[in-house]
Design a protein around this ligand. Structure first.
Ligand code: FMN
Length: 188
């Protein structure tokens, strides 16, 4: 699969089937992040791969209302970092940017492997840190919910979520986010 195809194929589906999680899969996903660029090669990203059924069960309790669908995860990747792990240039802190880029590479690789890799922000970072022994001063940036897309709609989904399973949510048109040479006059 070429990159363009993976970008187009990637979707944040919420109806998931179980898949077997192997050490090879985890290494493959981790390597996609490992090779990404970062400011001064600081590599600020950190990942906890959660696939032990007992720990996965504990993670359900961290999910916010509306994210019950994520209980079908075969693997949850907790993505964390802290500002000091990356460049801080005046008021520009690069840890979120670099961790986001590396995580996008991991998500695209998962897509190429035929998996759903759905990032979420709806969880309790405090509970996640407690369960996974992540030091308190680190920021849990996202949880990536991994599984295989199921054609059968998850009964826990709301109407809006069901609609998003069927049709990719609308995107901004180019004129709302692409500027040629200058953004004078039309910036939103
Ligand atoms: C940082 C981030 C946080 C998100 N949080 C949630 C979430 O808590 N629950 C959820 O169901 N989807 C969440 N999503 C998924 C988005 O809703 C989804 O990517 C968006 O609607 C576009 O759909 P698509 O990815 O299928 O194109 C999140 C995505 C990102 C990147």
């Amino acid at each position: 699969m070429d990159v363009k195809h993976a970008i187009e194929k990637r979707r944040a589906y919420r109806s998931l089937e179980h898949i077997e999680i192997t050490e090879d899969l985890i290494k493959d996903l981790a390597q996609s992040a490992q090779l990404f660029c970062s400011c001064f090669n600081n590599q600020p990203w950190r990942y906890v791969f959660v696939y032990d059924p007992e720990v996965l069960k504990k993670m359900y309790d961290t999910l916010s209302q509306g994210n019950e669908w994520a209980q079908s995860a075969s693997l949850i990747i907790a993505v964390f970092s802290k500002p000091e792990l990356d460049c801080i240039i005046k008021d520009r802190k690069y840890y979120l940017f670099d961790t986001g880029m590396a995580t996008a590479a991991l998500i695209l690789r998962a897509t190429e492997l035929g998996l759903v890799a759905h990032p979420i922000a709806g969880y309790s970072p405090k509970k996640v840190k407690e369960i996974l022994n992540i030091p308190i001063e680190r920021e849990v940036i996202t949880l990536i919910i991994i599984g295989k897309h199921s054609e059968e709609i998850n009964p826990l989904l709301s109407e809006k979520q069901i609609e998003a399973e069927r049709k990719r949510p609308e995107r901004l048109s180019f004129d709302k986010f692409v500027y040629m040479n200058s953004c004078k006059g039309n910036i939103e």
